[in-house]
Design a protein around this ligand. Structure first.
Ligand SMILES: Cc1ncc(COP(=O)(O)O)c(C=O)c1O
Length: 399
């Protein structure tokens, strides 16, 4: 198993680290150099083998990558399906439910990622009753007690984000899963901000379904999100959002209707997104190899250094001060946050800004203490020297 400091040997495999102080791994993890080899191999296969590439490797690549992700989630192989993004993965699991019976409440937190909330709220037109629970008193995290109180015998779904995208606070999910199970509700957990940096043992926890993605801490690039469904649930769910890749024998092209696969492949749709899978494979494999336990130890060290230095520099923390209660990023409230973020980018220090969170700084296992300290020093200089003023009127760009 890798150790905390031995993880630095991975550094040379991520080219962007040579030119940037890259501290935004909770948004888009760095790409390993090996990704280029897999992408080139994909084009080569297309060029030389053409349509036969499906049989050679393309058709089952998503299962192979899903199984690597299953290892990181702490769940059995054959339970993870790959999807374009979280929105699609959520639509997939929601398509297994109807909302016209007495058990039709969706309990979700006001601090869940807004896109997930939009998707749950769209179920209202299909009869769902929405129960949106509040944040904790300090505004940093889902209020677990409020969520527990909201779960009752009419609750169909309970939707939780594991790590808060603004504050990085970790939600204590175990009591929520236990209460949901006791009342017969189905839990959908979003681990996008924890997978690859916070160890997960989701099978042991008994969570029913999980959505997440590889583009943040798993360094797997856009287009590689996933859905896990607990083995006890897979065969009782019949997704209405479906396609031939979910069929037991897709190449039989049977006119007799859908015959769902018995494993997590029943949540596939149509033709797999092979270029994304090829681009993402190297990062996903690397993170699995480094082990999330070792990554977590290093992450806690780096974020503690970051928090200590930020407080010394007079910055305001918008994350839990205790490393055990934080995920991999740290939110810092600074005046003119977006402009400061742009000024940092001009210095090749890459972080992001989110309203109500501030600057999000997210070191990964390949970052050094010095990079983290340099980022805090730069924020202080940009604020004190007025360097941010140059960026005050800039248009907001995605990222
Ligand atoms: C926790 C969480 N859930 C969902 C999403 C939305 O994901 P997607 O764009 O893949 O639908 C994000 C985006 O960053 C996120 O952070």
């Amino acid at each position: 198993m890798s150790t905390d400091t031995s993880l630095l040997s991975y550094r040379e495999r991520f080219p962007i680290l040579e030119r940037s102080n890259y501290l935004i791994n909770n948004s888009l993890g760095a790409v390993p150099a090996a990704a280029r080899d897999y992408v080139n191999e994909f084009v080569e296969q297309w060029e030389t083998r053409g349509v036969r590439s499906w049989g050679d490797s393309w058709w089952t690549l998503q299962e192979r990558i899903g199984d690597t992700i299953a290892g990181v989630l702490g769940v059995p192989t054959g339970t993870v399906s790959m999807h374009q993004n979280i929105a699609v993965a959520l639509e997939m699991i929601l398509s297994c439910f109807t909302f016209d019976g007495p058990r039709n409440k969706i309990v979700y937190s006001a601090l869940n990622f807004p896109s997930d909330q939009y998707i749950y709220e769209a179920r209202e037109r299909h009869g769902a009753r929405l129960v949106r629970t509040p944040a904790s008193a300090d505004g940093l995290v889902t209020d677990v007690e409020a969520m527990l109180d909201a779960i009752d015998d009419e609750t169909l779904l309970v939707a939780i984000d594991h790590v808060m995208f603004r504050s990085s606070a970790i939600v204590d999910i175990a009591p929520i899963v236990a209460k949901a199970r006791e009342r017969g509700a189905f839990v959908i957990l979003d681990v996008f901000h924890s997978v690859g940096t916070v160890p997960l043992a989701l099978h042991d926890l008994g969570v029913h379904a999980v959505v997440g993605g590889a583009l943040k801490w798993m360094c797997g690039g856009p287009g590689n999100c996933f859905l896990y469904v607990h083995p006890d649930e897979i065969q009782r769910l019949q997704p209405a959002f479906t396609g031939w890749a979910a069929h037991k024998d897709p190449f039989a092209f049977s006119p007799k209707g859908q015959d769902y696969r018995d494993d997590g492949g029943r949540f596939h749709t149509g033709t797999p997104n092979v270029p994304a899978l090829c681009a993402g494979r190297a990062g996903i494999e690397l993170v699995a190899e480094a082990t999330v336990e070792a990554i977590r130890a290093r992450s806690q060290r780096l974020t503690t250094t970051l928090v200590d230095e930020a407080l010394r520099a007079g910055l305001t923390l918008r994350s839990p001060s205790n490393a055990a209660q934080r995920g991999g990023h740290v939110a810092l409230e600074v005046p003119h946050g977006y402009a400061v973020c742009q000024a940092l980018s001009a210095r090749e220090i890459v972080v992001d800004f989110r309203p109500d969170a501030g600057l999000r700084v997210a070191p990964h296992f390949y970052n050094t203490e010095e990079e983290v300290l340099a980022a805090v020093r730069a924020i202080r200089e940009i604020l004190d020297g007025g360097e941010y003023e140059r960026f005050l009127s800039g248009d907001r760009k995605p990222g």
